[in-house]
Write a protein of this length. Sequence first.
Length: 198
Amino acid sequence: ILFGSATAGIFFVTHRVLSLPVSVVSQSMSPAFYERLAAARQDGEDETGIIAQTFLALLALAVVPAILLAMLAPWLFEIVFGAGWAQAGQFARAMICKYVMLFSVFPITQAFYVYEKQHYGLAWHLGVLFVTISTTCVCGILGGPLAGVVAYAVSGAMMYGLVVVMALGWSGCPLRGIPSAFLVAARRMVHVGVDSVQ
C-alpha cells in the first residue's frame, strides 16, 4: 500500500533469496541446540556458555558471507535476475544485519521451550510484529522504500538480539555479566581451535 506492488515484489523476492538458505541451515541446527541445552540444564552444566558459544560460532560463520554479500549484492542481483533488479540488490545489502542475526539466533529461540517460557515467546513474536511494522512504515513514509527496508532490518536484528539476552538471563547470567559471558565463550572457542590445530 505504501510503496506500490513493484517495490513490494522486489522486497519479497529479496526476502526469499536471503531467508531460504539462512532458515534451512539454522533450522537444521535447532534440534541439536535444544537437546544440548536441555541436557545441560538437567545435568547442572554451564548453560550460559552453551548459549554464548552457539551465538558466537554462528555469528562467526555468517560474517564472511555477509561482508561478501554487502559488497556484491547489487551486482549479483543484476546478473542473476536482470538489470531491472538492481533495487533488490540494494534491499539485500540493507537487510544483511537482520539475516545475520536470524542465522545466529534462530537455534537459540529453542530456549523458550527449554526454559518453559512460551508466554515470553508469544510476547516476543507480537513485539516483532509491532516493532517491524511500525518502524518500516514510519521510516518508509519519511525516507522512502530503502529507508523502510533499513528500519525493517535493524528493528528485526535488535529483536533477535533480545532473544539472546533473554536466554542468557534464564540461564542464570545477569544482564551486567553478558559481556564477560561472551568473552569467556570466545576464549574457549579460541582454545578449542588452537588445540585442534595442534
